[in-house]
Design a protein around this ligand. Structure first.
Ligand code: SAM
Ligand code: SF4
Ligand code: F3S
Length: 459
């Protein structure tokens, strides 16, 4: 069980009106960390900046799951040098998953010596002290903890959204899929105490939040490290009782740990939404084994069948990867076949990318041109299925949580169904934050168009 440590606010505020900017490059957990960083900085007295030029502190919250994410950071750091030269008091920070990797940490220190603070995923709560140190000593600070030291609770948080909140329920990952860097940079699985999660969500509801998304790299293994016999299903059942909360989502669930008792528990709730993000990665048993995913395509398809039986309106989405080392044309055909059988509503599709230090980096690689041909074929198939699935929704009525006006047209509102589909429809902005009924008039590739049937009661 992970030790619980309470965040201690330094209490002391900075002098004057200073501004901060945080840019995130990673997954939802990385975005959620950015909300904690913002909370910490606001607690110190900083205010949000709208652009880089007006910021007194800029923090790049990095990701290293693929090379593209890293390259964005190196590119941006190069461009920020000019700003740092023009404004020497600007504090430039880099944190998140990149510094947790030795190679990337070295490159950051040596290639970008004008960066003032480099820290990792395990010591976000130390930011106030690191800022103070830079200001006092006028020297850069490099502090990356090699391993996690418990769970820090009560870090101040400044959330981006007013309706929907991300709530991290566990940190780290124990799965060690052979292609993935996450377990090395995020540490082992640590579950938050149920009471802390329930309290946090109850107070979010008091603040007016209607939807929460429970975050973890593998939420299905929530609780395995807790002293009490309390698992993810128990947490969902307890959260379902919170009055005023409308919707509960979660991500990501590992197909290996999604058992029937969890399906039954979700079916007995009213707030847990019928959207199941089940990363398959591949459709070939040989590749799944090499990936160390811990399930076969038959077990995966059986899980999908049981979910669809329990939730006839369920939406199923996935992460899929092409070009894992050794993937043959026949293996890839198995992935296409899996996609045809499941008929995902949508999928995040990735080209395998070498991550040094992971087992797959040493396996025989697939040529780049083969990978790019396969990703195009996969996207084409998935797009066709997404469009057909959305067209099948035409004429049906969905409950939509209204999120506000669309960016390009103030006469149109946008919201999401319980199945997490984006719906746009004409309506007044006063409906923002309400649950309404919308009839779908047209299914498009990435969204549904609709018309208001009934504006629900004010929540
Ligand atoms: N924990 C989640 C799970 O197991 O489904 C996923 C977390 S990972 C941040 C998100 C996705 O990135 C993975 O599902 C995988 O498809 C993709 N990914 C991870 N490592 C990758 C790599 N080396 N190359 C390409 N894609 C990768
Ligand atoms: Fe990476 Fe696998 Fe863990 Fe997901 S479950 S974060 S893909 S190691
Ligand atoms: Fe990237 Fe770290 Fe998330 S590597 S995907 S930001 S856990």
């Amino acid at each position: 069980m992970a030790e619980k440590i309470d965040y201690l606010s330094p209490g002391k505020k900075i002098n004057g009106c200073k501004k901060y900017l945080i840019q995130s490059f990673g997954c939802q957990m990385n975005e959620r960390d950015a909300e904690s960083l913002s909370g910490i900085l606001e607690d110190l007295g900083y205010r949000p900046a709208q652009k880089q030029e007006e910021a007194d502190i800029i923090i790049l919250n990095t990701c290293c799951v693929r090379e593209t994410a890293e390259n964005k950071v190196y590119g941006l750091l190069g461009r920020l040098k000019k700003l740092k030269v023009a404004k020497p008091d600007l504090i430039l920070g880099v944190c998140g998953c990149m510094p947790q990797q030795e190679d990337a940490a070295r490159r950051l220190r040596q290639g970008f010596p004008y960066v003032d603070i480099i820290f990792g995923t395990h010591n976000i709560h130390e930011l106030p002290r690191m800022i103070q140190q830079v200001q006092q000593d006028h020297q850069s600070v490099f502090e990356v903890w090699a391993a996690e030291q418990g769970i820090i609770e009560n870090i101040p948080v400044r959330r981006k959204d007013k309706l929907k909140a991300w709530v991290t329920i566990m940190y780290g990952c124990n799965n060690f899929c052979t292609y993935c860097i996450v377990p090395y940079v995020r540490g082992r699985e640590r579950s938050r105490q149920p009471d802390d999660i329930i309290k946090e969500i109850a107070s979010l509801v008091q603040e007016g939040y209607q939807e929460v998304t429970l975050l973890g790299q593998n939420v299905n293994s929530y609780g395995k490290d807790l002293a009490a016999n309390y698992r993810f299903a128990d947490l969902l059942l307890d959260l379902d009782k919170i009055q005023g909360l409308q919707r509960i989502r979660f991500m990501t669930s590992h197909p290996r740990d999604f058992d029937q008792s969890l399906i039954d528990a979700i079916a007995s709730t009213t707030k847990v939404c019928e959207h199941f993000h089940l990363p398959a990665q591949a459709g070939s048993n040989r590749i799944l084994k090499l990936m160390n995913r811990g399930y076969t395509r038959e077990q995966y398809l059986d899980l999908v069948r049981r979910i669809k039986a329990a939730f006839p309106r369920a939406s199923i989405t996935a992460d899929l990867m092409v070009g894992f080392p050794g993937e043959s044309e026949a293996d890839f055909a198995d992935t296409l076949d899996l996609v045809r059988q499941v008929r995902y509503d949508s999928a995040f599709t990735f080209v395998y990318n070498i991550r040094s230090g992971t087992p797959a980096a040493k396996m025989e690689q697939v040529p780049e041109e083969v990978k790019s041909d396969r990703i195009q074929r996969l996207i084409q198939l998935q797009n066709q299925i997404s469009l057909e699935n959305n067209q099948q929704e035409e004429g049906k009525v969905f409950e939509v949580l209204v999120e506000g006006e669309t960016k390009n047209n103030p006469d149109l509102l946008a919201g999401r169904t319980r199945t997490n589909k984006l719906v746009v429809f004409p309506g007044a902005k006063e409906l923002t934050g309400r649950l309404v009924q919308v009839k779908i008039t047209r299914g498009r590739l990435n969204l549904l168009e609709g018309e208001l049937v009934l504006a629900g009661a004010i929540n």
